[in-house]
Write a protein that binds this ligand. Sequence first.
Ligand code: SF4
Length: 913
Amino acid sequence: VRKTEGLTASFLGSFADLGEGGVDAAGAADFLLKRGSEFEARVRGVFELYRRFRDRIKPIGLDSISLFSEAIERAGSIETKYAFFGFGLYDFNELQWRLISEVSKHHPFTFFVPYGDGEEYAFARPTLERFAGMGFDIMEGPKSGRLVTASRVRIVNAPGEEEESRAIVERIIALVRERGYAFSDVAVLLPTADPYQDLVCEALGEAKIPFFAHANPLSVESSVAKGILNLLPLLRGGFKRGELIDFLSASPLRREGAVPRAVDAVALWIKASAEEGISAVGDEWEKESMELVEKLSRRSTGGDDRFFDAARFVHGVISRILGERKRFLTPSSWTDFTERLISLAVELFGNEDDPAYEYLNAIPTLDAVASPVLFETFASVVGKVLSAPAPPTARFGEGVSVLPMISVRGLRFKAVFIPGLVERVFPSIVRQDPLLLDEDRRKINEFFEGKVLLTEKMERLDEEKLIFAMAMNAAEDFLQMSYPRYEDGTGRPRMMSSYFRFVVQDDGSAGRGAARYPAGIDEERIGRFIGVGVEGSRRPISPQELFLSGAGRFLGGDGIVPVGSFFKAASKMVRERWGKKRFTRYDGVLQGKKAQRELKRLMVDGGWAFSPTSFEQYARCPFAYFLSRVLGVETIDEVDMISVTPALRGIITHRILARLYEKLGSEGLFPLYSADREVVMNVVDEVVLSELGKAEESEPVGLDVFWELEREKIREAVYFFVDAELEEDSPFVPSYFERSFGVGAGEDVSFELKSRKIHFRGRIDRLDVSRDASEFRVIDYKTGKLNGKYDGIEGGRHIQLPIYLIAASSILNIPIEKGVAEYRSVNMMSPGKVVRFEGAEWGEVASELVEVIETFVEGMTKGLFFALADEKLCQNCALRSACPAGHTGATYRKAEADERAERYLAVTGAAEK
Ligand code: SF4
C-alpha cells in the first residue's frame, strides 16, 4: 500500500467516508462480528483495516473525524446566549447531522436550504425531509418561487481554454462600458480550478481589471516553496542536467557575496557549462562541475571573472545538495526528513520567515501514523503540502469575483460567466468507490438502521445538477456559459457539456429550461485568431492586442499600419530576408554564435540521441524539424470532433496489439500456428473489447454513431491481422512488446560516425526471436494505408526499418544480417500488406546511411534548417501556418546559390528536383 499511491488514496477515501458516515472502531468491529460473513472479503478487509486505522488515529486526535466527534460531545455545553444559522447548505454527512441534532436540542437553529420544484433540486429534497423528521419547522423563504433569471444569455464556443478566458474578459469590459456595471457586479464561476483559475486571472490582470480570486497554490505565492519543489527531484531522482537547471533557475538561491547581485550567476553557469558540453547524472556532477571551475579559473586571468565566480557558486550549491542527498536514501522518520529538508532549504534559500517552512513544520505529526518512511513517500507529501492553496490576498467584493462554482450557493451577481462546460469535466466522470461499491453502502446503511449514512457515489451527478442550477440562477441580468473545442496544450478535442441540453438541444431546438429565458439565447462561435479580419474574432483586451488587430485591419485594406517598435522590427526582418540571395536566419539558417551554442546545448542535453523519425523529418523538411523538435511548436487542428482521428485510432490499435500479444504469450499460445484457433480468438475478443471500453472512458472518441463504426473497423483490422498470423508457419516467437531502446531504456544503441558517436532512441512495437535464438524479426504496426515496397533509404526519408534493425541487433546480440524488419498493415484498406527490409541488404545501405546521418547531424548542429520541402508536402504540412514557405521557387533559387545547402541537397536527392 505504501508504494501504491492510488491504492493508498482509495483506502483513505473509503476510511473518510466511513468516519464521516458515523462508523467508529467499535461499530466496525460490531459489523464484522454480526454481518461480516454476508459480505465479500473486500468489504470485510476494508472494515478490518478501518477498525485498526481508527484505533491508531484516535489517541492522536486532531483529525477531522475526532474533532467532529468531540464537538458533538460538547455541543450541549455551549453557552446559551447563541442562536445558530446555516446558509447555502444542502447535504450533510452523518457526523454533521449529529452535530446539528445536538446543537438544536439546546439552541435555536435556522437553516436556509436551496429549494425549487424542478428535477435539478432533487438532490436537496432528502435534506428537507430529514429536517422535517427531526422536528424542524419547514417554511418557504421570502423569495421562494420567484426565480431570478438573466435577461440575456449567451453560449460561447471557443477554440481553447485560453481563448475562452480572454473572451470572458472582453465581455466584462463591454458590460462595464455599455451597461455601467461595477467590476464587483461580475462573477466568474469555475467548474474546475485547473486551468481556468490561472487563465482567467492572467487575462484579468493583463486587462488591469481588479479581481478577487480563491487562493493560488503556495508554490505560486512563495519562492521558497518553489525552490523546495524543484529541489525534491534532485534529492530523489537521477540528478539530470534538466532537473538541475530547473532547480537553479526557479530557486531563490542565497548569494552571500559569492557573486554580485547584478550578475545572473545561474544564467552564466548554464551558458558556460553548455559551451563546455558539461552534462552528468547523479554524483558525477561533483567532478564535472569542479572541472568547469578549474577550466574557467585558468581562463579568468584575463580579467572577466564573472563566469568563474558563477561556476564556483553553482559548484558550492551542487556539492551541498549531493552531500545531503545520500542522507535521504535510507528510510527515516517524518521528523528527521523534515528537519533535514528545512535545514538544507534555509542554507540554500534563507528567508526563514517564508510561509513554506510553517507548512513543512506540520509534517512531523505523521510520525504518529507510520514511521519510518521512504523518502519517496515523504517527498510526495511535501509536494502536496506545498501545492496547497495559500490564503487569498484580496478581499471579496473588491473586483470581479473568480470563484469555484460550488461556492456560489445563495450569492447573486448582475453578470455571471461559467467557462469550461465540457463533458467529462462538468458533469464529471463519477466512479464508484472500488472498495465500497454503492450496493455495499446501501446494505451497510441498512445494517446500522439509520445510525450510519454512507452516501452513494453516483449521487454526485445529482449534486452537480443542483450546483449548475444554482450557478445559472446566480445571474440577475447577464449569463454567459462557454466551452472550448480543444484542450490547450494537448489539442485534444472536447465535447460540450450535456447540461447545455437544458437550454439548447443537440439539433439547435430549445431545451426544457429555455422557456425561463424569454429573450432567447444567443450562440456564438469564436475563432482562434484575433483582429485579423476573421469572422467572429474577439476584440482586443490589451494594447498589444490592439496593435495586432490594427495590423489585421490594415491587411484587409482598412486603416493605417500601426506604429510601434514591434511592427517596425517585423518589416525590417521581411526586407532582410528577401533582400539576400543566400539563406538568412529568417529562412531557417541560424549561424549566429548564440544560436549555434544553443543548438549544441540542445544536443548535449539530449545526450546526442536521435529517434529514426526525427531523421526522417529532417530529410523531408529541415525547417519542419526545426519548428517541431527545436522550438517545440505543436499543431492544433481546427476541426470539430465528430469521429476518432487517425492518430487516436493508431494509439488505440497499438495498445490493443501490445496487450493482446502479451496475453497470448502469458497464456502459452505461441507459436500461433500450433495454437487452438478458438482459444486464440477468445483472447482476441476479450482484449479488444476491454481496450475499446477503456478508450471510450478516457479518450475523445466522438459521436456515438461514428464511434460504433470505428470500433468495428478496429476490431475487424485486428481480427484479420491475427488471423493472418495464425496461418503463418513462422520460426519466430513474439518476445518483446513496445520495447524501448536507447537513452533511459537500459542499453545504449549507438552509431559511430566519422565526426562523433551518436545514440538512437525509440520504441519497437514488437520484436520476435527465432526458437533457436539465431534470428530475429522487428515488426512495426502501420494503422494507416500501407503501400509499395522497401526501396532503399531514399536520402534519409526511410530509415526507420534499418535503424530498428541496428537497435534489435544490439538488444538481442544477434548480427544485423540475421534480422528482418517489417511494416505490417493493421488496416483493412491494405489487408495483409507487409513492407520488408532484410538484414542481408544491410551491406548495400550501410555506407549511404552513414553519409545521410552524418550530413543531418552536422546540419542540425550547425543550424541548417532550410525550408526546402516540395509543394505536395507543404500542402499537407500541419506546421504550415508557422512556416515562411509558400515561396518555393525563390527558396530553391537560394538553395542553388548557397554552398551550405550543397551537401544536404546531394544526399537527399533534392538537388535533382
Ligand atoms: S510548410 Fe513546407 S517548408 Fe514549411 S515546414 Fe511544412 S513542409 Fe517544411
